[in-house]
Design a protein around this ligand. Structure first.
Ligand SMILES: *Cc1c(COP(=O)(O)O)cnc(C)c1O
Length: 222
């Protein structure tokens, strides 16, 4: 049984090695420790070991944990219902999974300043998953980029499990490159999880979202 601190150091070393292998600086890639379903004590343990950025999927859980974890940066990485936008806006460094202009507008209205966001793209076209279809991403990107008090920073995706994810990571990066010509710089590519973050870094990820490899298995509640 390894501790959270040990697993964090191992993930940090693997991310650094993947960056070196890709000819990228380790500072290019932000590790988001995905703490959903784990207690605040686990967040504090990872933070003490060096983790700076944490990801949550459930608005209420995030709101409850925020006060108990000290000075860390939060990311909202899950699907967000519009009626929960007020719990998240202005409280997180980045909202990763915006999938409608209406949600972006709600976040902008509720943020005290400017809320940075990503658009979630369903690159594999899976019916069970959120995110916008690749074909609809350009129109949504233009709309979100034009939304008051919201800054569009890039794209995120979550490929299907049990397939080689690289074609989906490459597709997201190519889409980002195309859209950046239209809506301005989109520096962030949020892709890669415990099972595939090295491939994602090779394909250009700037933010990897890693839960299980740092915190261990989650109770199955999803
Ligand atoms: C839970 C979750 C992760 C982390 O997954 P692991 O396989 O545990 O690393 C990453 N991204 C999203 C959107 C998630 O919901």
């Amino acid at each position: 049984m390894s501790t959270i601190a040990e697993r964090w150091r191992e993930v940090r070393a693997r991310v650094d090695a993947a960056c070196r292998a890709a000819g990228r600086a380790a500072s290019d890639v932000t590790i988001i420790a995905v703490s959903k379903t784990h207690p605040a004590s686990a967040v504090r343990e990872a933070a003490a070991a060096g983790a700076t950025d944490f990801g949550e999927n459930y608005a209420q859980e995030l709101a409850a944990k925020r006060g108990e974890c000290g000075d860390v940066r939060w990311h909202y990485i899950g699907r967000l219902q519009r009626n929960k936008a007020k719990l998240v806006a202005g409280q997180v460094a980045l909202v990763h999974a915006v999938d409608s202009q209406e949600l972006a507008a709600d976040l902008g209205k509720r943020a005290a300043g400017v809320q940075p966001v990503l658009i979630a793209v369903n690159v594999a076209g899976e019916a069970s998953k959120g995110g916008v279809a690749e074909a609809d991403a350009p129109a949504l990107a233009r709309a979100v980029a034009g939304t008051a008090n919201v800054r569009l920073d890039g794209l995120m995706t979550m490929p299907p499990p049990d397939v080689d994810p690289r074609r989906y990571f490459d597709a997201l990066r190519a889409l980002r490159d195309r859209l950046a010509g239209e809506v301005g710089p989109l520096p962030v590519l949020s892709m890669g999880m415990s099972g595939d973050f090295e491939a994602a870094i090779a394909c250009g990820a700037t933010h990897v979202r890693i839960g299980t490899a740092i915190f261990g298995e989650r109770p199955r509640v999803e």
